[in-house]
Ligand binder design. Structure first.
Ligand code: SAH
Length: 460
């Protein structure tokens, strides 16, 4: 893994003073996961480049119990949280903005370019640009082919990246320190509360005003919601002090953005709930309701007068009762919601007569040979005016770096469909029952792979 930092500031070799590394020498540093070497491929008064070469020991990682299950993994070759650790250990003073010999230069914005040989980026080039462009960099991204001998195999999730700008060296290092693991979307160590302090100490200055800050914080903290909320709250507090008038506005948008960007599950609930609200439906049946998350959300809206959750799993229904505290609801509320046990592959008269039916992340749990029966039950026996179905988009799975190729998202999934497969299935049904049909993507969209969840909305 190679990171190079170049400047054309004159004299360019002052970079050595800023990094506290002599351009004349090659230096090695032993780190817990391997070795870092620092050397200067070029060092002239016009142009100076410092290289940080990181050799991660993959076998040592496995022995050290880092949790990477295989000896063969990409960690030695790509920019990841190992790079952040190396930056903080090898360029510690520069990262904190200190320079013994050139203290004034450390405070100056200089023409700097950082090059990263291989950056794994979950979210693709667009996401990469969304992170670095708002910070003022000119960003050059070159996708790396999966195999250069077989261009028809397409692109890999890796990119080489060049960032150029007029920045302080300390800023550039802190941007890399925070954002490289965010791009990679994984970390080689356990993330706890102390990680918030690290994030705020390296990102505090620029993160509060970054348009993608919710996503940055969420990914940086390994998608742990409690930590994310705490970090964002602290960031907003810091911003309040800078701009007391805008603070309330910021907090409101932050909350909205948080709800929107954090969990796919919440985005899905929101998309379904707003479809139902718009349709004017009053009586809704949620088929395969699980723990009742959708109905819990619908219960808050008075528009919905009757809500019925059905699931084949008794355990899920019990959890729904517990989560919604049904016994504590007042009589009027209590009369609005019910749960019953039933299966979607058997006719059940109790499911008929609703304005809307929702089937959220359920069809992929059905055996493919039961789908035809399910279709008839859903569109003939339930037969609601509005039917909403969501299911994973399997194309998007390659963006989940923790998911081995070809593996489905959940152990109980019998299949997962591409957009085309889902649309073909849904269109055939719409044709057969004379329904209007539209498709909506849910979650952050990848330009090639689409969104993580797909939703079909059928209307009579
Ligand atoms: N809709 C919920 C749960 C999705 S998980 C949510 O979005 O959170 C899938 C659910 O489908 C599980 O609760 C499972 O018990 C239920 N399910 C699977 N097969 C079913 C069947 N044949 N009939 C009814 N429910 C079924």
């Amino acid at each position: 893994m190679l990171l190079t930092l170049s400047t054309t500031y004159s004299p360019a070799t002052d970079l050595g003073y800023l990094l506290h590394k002599n351009p004349e020498r090659c230096q090695h540093f032993e780190l817990s996961f391997g070795r870092a070497s620092v050397f200067y491929p070029e060092a002239t008064p016009e142009r100076c480049t410092c290289a940080l070469l990181l050799e991660v020991d993959p076998v040592g990682l496995v022995r050290g119990g880092v949790g990477l299950a295989q000896y063969v993994n990409d960690r030695p070759y790509v920019a990841s949280s190992f790079l952040s650790v190396a930056i903080s250990q090898v360029f510690g003073s520069a990262l904190s903005g200190h320079s013994r010999e050139r203290p004034d230069l450390a405070k100056l914005a200089l023409p700097l370019t950082a090059r990263l040989g291989v950056v794994p980026c979950r979210g693709g080039e667009l996401f990469l640009r969304r992170l670095f462009e708002p910070l003022g960099y000119a960003v050059q991204v070159s996708p790396i082919a999966l195999d250069s001998q077989f261009p028809e195999w397409g692109a890999s999730p890796y990119f080489s990246v060049e960032l150029s700008g007029l920045v302080r060296l300390q800023e550039l290092l802190s941007h890399l320190y925070v954002l490289v693991p965010v791009l990679d979307d994984q970390k080689h160590y356990w993330v706890g509360k102390e990680e918030i302090d690290k994030l705020l100490s390296h990102g505090g200055q620029w993160l509060a005003g970054h348009p993608a800050r919710e996503e940055i914080v969420h990914r940086y903290l390994k998608r742990q919601r409690a930590l994310t909320r705490e970090a964002l709250a602290q960031l907003v507090q810091a911003e309040d002090q800078l701009d007391p008038d805008g603070a309330e506005q910021v907090r409101a948008t932050e909350e909205m953005a948080l709800e929107k960007s954090l969990s796919l599950n919440e985005q899905r609930l929101e998309a379904v709930a707003s479809t139902l609200l718009e349709s004017g439906a009053k009586r809704v049946v949620d088929l395969g309701c699980g723990e009742g998350k959708l109905l819990e959300c619908l219960l808050k809206h008075r528009q919905f007068e009757e809500l019925l959750g059905i699931d084949v799993s008794w355990r899920s229904l019990e959890r729904a009762h517990e989560r919604l505290h049904l016994e504590r609801l007042n009589e009027a509320q209590r009369g609005r919601i019910r749960f019953i046990q039933s299966s979607l592959t058997y006719r059940d008269e109790r499911l008929a007569g609703f304005d809307a039916a929702t089937v959220i992340e359920v069809i992929e749990h059905l055996d493919p040979q039961r789908l035809a029966t399910f279709e008839r039950i859903l569109f003939e026996c339930v037969g609601a005016r509005l039917t909403v179905i969501t299911t994973p988009n399997v194309e998007y799975n390659q963006r989940f770096t923790g998911l081995p190729t070809g593996q489905l998202r959940h152990r109980d999934h019998r299949f997962e469909w591409s957009r085309e497969q889902f649309q073909t299935w849904a269109s055939r049904i719409a044709g057969r029952y004379g329904l209007r049909l539209r498709f909506v993507g849910i979650g952050l969209e990848d330009p090639e792979l689409g969104t993580p969840t797909q939703m079909g909305v059928f209307e009579r």
